[in-house]
Design a protein around this ligand. Structure first.
Ligand code: CP
Ligand code: NVA
Length: 297
């Protein structure tokens, strides 16, 4: 049994299979075909932070696969407060075929997965967001037929989304540059990664410009300080003009318009943010069927 806690335990071949399967399921969906690959199977989703995309894409994705999903709010379960993390995991494992957990500390997810008897999926921790990264790469493949040669540039905070994006680029052997203020660098190491605080130099020749919020969930107390520090890293039309003419703009959403990105960029023809959001559905259906041992042949 395999969990989906981080991209570390996935090879290039496995990720390629996920991308192929996601694209096949997306095409089937567009043709109006059913893809009941997990009939009557259940996913329990525990959220200790808010969500729009992750919750809905997993829930609707399970329905499209012939199964169902159940949403539980973290403060109701009381992971580690009302009950031990391990006891919750053992109990939920008895009811479900899959579990998705969105939590703060990555160690809690690991503790949960250690005793789970069904596959556990990382729905975002302070450290990583692997479902998002798989989706992001799928979106790059769709928009950049020569994705192998692409230069991906992430501008902003070296946060969970950035860390997973570096990881997926590393596995897929695609070069990525992160432009961030000193002290906010990502921790993930990769021979495909360049880190700089010079945003103009970073975006030169970029095929993809990606950003995320300056203040992640759980960092609300740092809002004022972060907004000041990250101000020079706002993605503007002027920044996009310094990249390749066909550069695409990506954001995992939710966005704080007027902070990390302008309205103009969000609404521009470069923006693929809603393709990205849609692809959460298909990428996660591919991930969950793979974890469920569904044969793709
Ligand atoms: N991108 C993403 O994970 O969005 P939600 O927080 O709305 O799930
Ligand atoms: N970095 C953001 C991503 C939200 C999907 C956060 O953790 O809040």
């Amino acid at each position: 049994m395999k969990h989906f806690l981080s991209l570390d335990s996935f090879s290039k071949t496995e990720l390629q299979l996920i991308f192929e399967q996601a694209l096949a399921m997306k095409a089937a969906q567009k043709r109006g075909e059913t893809t009941f690959m997990l009939p009557n199977q259940t996913l329990t989703m525990i959220f200790e932070k808010p969500s729009n995309r992750t919750r809905l894409s997993f829930d609707i994705g399970m329905t499209q696969l012939g199964g169902s999903a159940y949403y539980v709010k973290g403060d109701e379960v009381g992971l580690g407060t009302r009950e031990s993390v391990e006891d919750v995991s053992r109990v939920v494992s008895r009811y479900s075929d899959f579990i998705m957990l969105r939590t703060f500390r990555h160690e809690v997810l690991e503790k949960f997965a250690k005793v789970a008897t069904v596959p556990v999926i990382n729905g975002l921790t302070d450290q990583s967001h692997p479902c998002q990264a798989v989706t992001d790469f799928l979106t790059i493949i769709e928009h950049k037929p020569n994705w192998q040669e692409s230069k991906v540039v992430y501008v902003g905070d070296g946060n969970n989304v950035c860390e997973s994006l570096i990881k997926v680029c590393d596995i897929m052997n695609v070069s990525i540059t992160v432009a961030c203020p000193k002290g906010y660098e990502p921790k993930t190491l990769s021979s495909f990664l360049t880190v700089t605080d010079d945003v103009s130099a970073a975006v030169s020749n970029a095929d993809v410009i990606y950003t995320d919020v300056w203040v992640s969930m759980g960092q609300e107390d740092e809002h004022e300080e972060r907004v000041t520090i990250f101000k020079p890293y706002q993605v503007t039309m002027n920044l996009l003009k310094q990249a390749k003419p066909d550069v695409i703009f990506m954001h995992c959403l939710p966005a704080e318009r007027g902070f990390e990105v302008t309205d103009e960029v969000m609404e521009s023809s470069h923006s693929v943010i809603f393709d990205q959001a849609e692809n959460r559905l298909h990428a996660q259906k591919a991930i969950i069927t793979m974890l469920g041992g569904v044969s793709y042949e």
